[in-house]
Ligand binder design. Structure first.
Ligand code: F6P
Length: 545
């Protein structure tokens, strides 16, 4: 573990507190007026992603101090520890080695006596062979028909990554196949995902790291019933089910042949797993070559994060800016607005990545933190958000830093749509930063009583991320960028970004409550009075005709 002093005692932190007292009141208008070159200087670029962070409430001095904070917090050492496979996930005593999932076959990384890169490529070869068979129609269903529909059954990291990647890379997908995703234990999710599909053309990928997640196992059982009842034989299961898991025993117990299981390892966190075998549906959709491109994009960003100087390191800059706003400006949330319809599930994906990782209240050594940690991440594709919640970002009372993600080229160019879309990226960043003064509003002939309503204070920070076009490689780099930004934040806060104990209590309580909802006889309830009353009310409503 890296021995850094408690956060508030770090020199750079204290310097940042003083610095914030000075800079916190300066506006972006002033900062740009005093330093016209900042729009060119406060930028960084890696792997085809250009980051403009000039419209943040920072100066060169802020960045210098934030970088010092990263160094004093042991970021270079902790980063090295992650890449070396050390057990940086202390509460689960595991490595966090998602970076090994995208290392080229020529590399090697021995962890706990095993070359994990060899293991990774063994599974990738198995995935490629299987995806090839499904895509070419060589893998047939029980009645001999080719597979046309893929349904991924999983939840959390075993769903959000695959859905996001499928939507993001749909342009590159096999359009003769249908891809659907079931995550919610709400039977509506299953019913709608299977609606209109023929079981003999449908393959279920049961994705679960533990193969013990109630929602996924319940959906998997319903999928099995659906297949067996349509095809009339238990033997159909072998042709219509494959599993992605770390738990071969449970996969076998469910009835899936472990020859049709794609493995991964305890050192891949669920929310860091979309480029492991959990990405099988992605590989079938876009093909192995495109999947390889995506992995290459991940790896290239890993290398950038690993080797670029901190001051020019995209994930480091983005992570430090999150710390700056969350801890010094008390910003509670970060908005992520992709200006690309294909990235419509990217914010949902990021929510698990960021919030399950950094929603922690104790340090690596178990002391309660006395500073805010992970922000709430949220977002929607632009320009839809502009006609919905941007009002609050522009004129509300809360400070919300926003990432605007844009592309210079559309994959589906039609007339001038794309320039209109992109003009909004730049316009929003401009409006949020510089707003509109009282004088400007008045000069437009606005009636005096409306003037205060039309004033836009500005001074709302944004990062603009600009790339050429959305490709599999670019997506890999973009996801890795956010992964390492999360890591940077967690390192400054000295928290374990790789465990998720907070989700356990709710699961245990639900396991206790489920039989009380199901039982025919009135159960004896021993919860708090609110929960008892809700359960009784539910049972009464459920029994009503
Ligand atoms: O409940 C949280 C969680 O453990 C996530 O971290 C994980 O991605 C998800 O559940 C699904 O877990 P599994 O892949 O083991 O079914």
């Amino acid at each position: 573990m890296i021995a850094a002093p408690p956060l508030r005692e770090r020199k750079a932190w204290q310097a940042l507190e003083h610095h914030h007292a000075e800079i916190g009141r300066r506006t972006l208008r002033e900062l740009f007026a005093a330093d016209p070159e900042r729009g060119e200087r406060l930028t960084a670029e890696a792997e085809g992603i250009y980051l403009d962070y000039s419209k943040h409430r920072i100066t060169d001095e802020t960045m210098r101090l934030l970088i010092e904070l990263a160094e004093e917090s042991g970021l270079p050492q902790r980063r090295a520890a992650m890449f070396a496979g050390e057990h940086i996930n202390v509460s689960e005593d595991r490595a966090a080695l998602h970076v090994a999932l995208r290392m080229p076959a020529t590399e090697s990384l021995v962890v706990d006596g095993t070359d994990v890169v060899t293991e990774v490529h063994k599974v990738l070869r198995q995935m490629r062979a299987f995806a090839g068979k499904v895509r070419s129609g060589t893998w047939t269903g029980y009645t001999g028909k080719r597979i046309r529909n893929i349904i991924n059954v999983g939840i959390g990291g075993s769903d959000l990554g695959p859905v996001m990647a499928y939507e993001a890379l749909r342009y590159y997908s096999d359009r003769d196949m249908t891809f659907r995703f079931v995550s919610n234990v709400d039977s509506t999710d299953f019913a709608e995902a299977t609606r209109g599909l023929a079981a003999d053309e449908t393959l279920f990928i049961i994705s679960s790291k533990t193969f013990g997640t109630l929602e996924t196992l319940t959906n998997a059982q319903s999928a099995r019933d659906w297949v067996v009842s349509q095809l009339g034989s238990e033997d159909a299961v072998a042709r219509h089910f494959v599993a992605v898991s770390t738990n071969a025993e449970k996969v076998a117990a469910f009835g899936i042949d472990t020859a049709n299981m794609f493995g991964f390892w305890d050192w891949v966190g669920g929310r860091y797993s979309m480029d492991s075998a959990i990405g099988l549906s992605t590989m079938i959709a876009i093909g192995p070559d495109n999947f390889d491109e995506m992995l290459a994009g991940f790896h290239a960003m890993d290398e950038h994060f690993r080797h670029a100087p901190l001051a020019a390191n995209l994930p480091v800059i983005m992570g430090l800016l999150c710390v700056w706003y969350g801890d010094f400006f008390d910003a509670q949330t970060v908005g992520v607005m992709p200006y690309d319809q294909y990235l419509k599930r990217f914010p949902a994906y990021l929510q698990q990545l960021t919030m399950e990782s950094n929603g922690k209240h104790v340090t690596l050594t178990g002391e309660r933190v006395d500073y805010p940690t992970g922000a709430v991440f949220w977002g929607e594709p632009g320009t839809n958000g502009q006609h919905s919640f941007y009002q609050l970002i522009h004129q509300g009372t809360r400070l919300i830093p926003v990432d605007l993600i844009g592309f210079a080229q559309s994959l589906n160019p039609i007339r001038n749509h794309h320039d209109i879309l992109s003009s909004n990226v730049f316009a929003q960043a401009q409006a949020l930063a510089f707003g509109k003064t009282e004088e400007e509003v008045r000069a437009e002939g606005t009636p005096e009583h409306v003037v205060p309503h039309r004033v836009m204070e500005g001074n709302r920070p944004t990062s603009v991320l600009l790339a050429k076009v959305l490709t599999p490689r670019l997506l890999g780099s973009l996801v890795a960028l956010y992964e390492h930004s999360v890591f940077t934040q967690g390192t400054i806060w000295q928290i374990d970004s790789f465990d998720q104990w907070g989700v356990e209590l709710g699961k245990a309580l639900a396991n206790q409550i489920a039989p009380e909802l199901e039982s025919a006889a009135e159960p004896e309830l021993s919860h708090d009075s609110s929960t008892n009353t809700l359960i009784r009310r539910y049972r009464r409503l459920k029994a009503m005709s």
